[in-house]
Write a protein that binds this ligand. Sequence first.
Ligand code: SF4
Ligand code: FES
Length: 275
Amino acid sequence: MIMSNTAENKNEKKIRLKVYRENRGQDSGSHYDTFEVPYKKWTTVLDALLYVKSYMDPSVAIRYSCRMASCGSCGMKINGIPKLACYTKISELETSTIECEPLPNFPIIRDLVTDFSRFFDHHKSMHPYIEAKESSVDDTRKGTFSFYQSPEDVDKYLQFSYCIKCGLCYSACPTVGTDVNFPGPQALAQQYRYFADTRDESAKRLDIVDDRHGIWRCHFAGSCSKVCPKGVDPALGIQLLKSYMLGISKNDKVPAKKIEVESIDNRYNSSAKTE
Ligand code: SF4
Ligand code: FES
């Protein structure tokens, strides 16, 4: 059955939204519901789903927050391809029916909402932070350092730091689909991000991914890089890491020079005096 809002203007353009429905908490199986939703040139798939929730069926479960491709919450499969719903305009899909399904490779919670626990566990297992002996900041905020990095140093990891952890690459990865212990493209690309950062002094980064279920399971399908909405190339990060592990690339990272700065409190005090 197609559900539509009869109070709408008949001249409006409408799109058919076919939405996957399933509730993990109820053993009632899955089905699709179809809604007819008015849209304009700038209407996104997320806007259309929110229209459905407001005027047609409030029980449709979706997850979103920023509505500007920054938080990574609204990932779903749209016409078969993992995309951010808030970053996908209906007019650009050039189709009369849009199919919205939950992201593959993630357990379903309800409808289009999936469970990211395993994905975030893999991310955390990579130690996704700078590990440096003298980088901790004590209570008095003394002993704070600045690290000098040249533009070339920053270029090595910058694109990987744009990751918003939306999970689209993880859902597109065929290896993740067959091995849940494989960390996936997002986590491995983050490992490269910190490995390449001249502020990081960890000697364990390559060991973390050198595991039976680790980096060697990547067969370079490349689908992760194709679906990334932020221009990150996880497949590249993985191949770069592999090349260091195989000795093809030499790790000639020169640790960033530390420059001691005045404590933040001192800087605040001196600026207050000059005002
Ligand atoms: S690498 Fe791209 S697709 Fe993968 S989680 Fe990060 S932003 Fe999303
Ligand atoms: S709602 Fe934040 S990325 Fe789409």
